[in-house]
Design a protein around this ligand. Structure first.
Ligand code: RB5
Length: 148
């Protein structure tokens, strides 16, 4: 599975930890930056990862900023993206089972690295449930066409 990774300065350290973990587990990682802790703008990285996922160049994406909020809102502006900010394992599991989230967003200033890796592992290993949830996800994506 190929994972696109991105973070602003507020998520850089957790991105590096996640990159190492993913590589150790055998995932292919596409690192879209940022590459240091210089102040930068989270929408640039939210967009870069979202385009990789929406364009099919990555299977899933992981985005990190201080809270996970700004970078996920940015990613969700790209058609085809369902980015979910998760700070707990239950939300991470449900974002896959019910919402078919294709990007996980994390907040480095909110969630410790140990919990973030647990959340990530669960999120990567949980499949979409489909059925009635597919109808709802289809409706959600139709909003892009109706209101875009
Ligand atoms: C950067 O200081 C911070 O605003 C950013 O990382 C993020 O938390 C925004 O949502």
């Amino acid at each position: 599975m190929k994972i696109a990774l991105g973070a602003d300065h507020g998520g850089f350290q957790l991105k590096e930890t996640i990159k190492e973990w993913l590589t150790e587990k055998g995932y292919e990682v596409l690192d879209k930056g940022t590459f240091d802790e210089q102040s930068c703008d989270y929408p640039d990285y939210g967009k870069a990862v979202a385009l990789e996922v929406a364009g099919g160049k990555a299977d899933r994406g992981v985005l990190i900023c201080g809270t996970g909020i700004g970078i996920s809102i940015s990613a969700n502006k790209v058609k085809g993206i369902r980015a979910a900010v998760c700070g707990d394992s239950f939300s991470a599991r449900m974002s896959r089972l019910h919402n078919d989230a294709n990007i996980l967003a994390l907040g480095q200033r909110v969630t410790g690295a140990g919990l973030a890796l647990d959340i990530l592992e669960l999120w990567l290993n949980t499949s979409f449930e489909g059925g009635r949830h597919k109808t709802r996800v289809d409706k959600m994506m139709q909003i892009e066409t109706d209101c875009g």
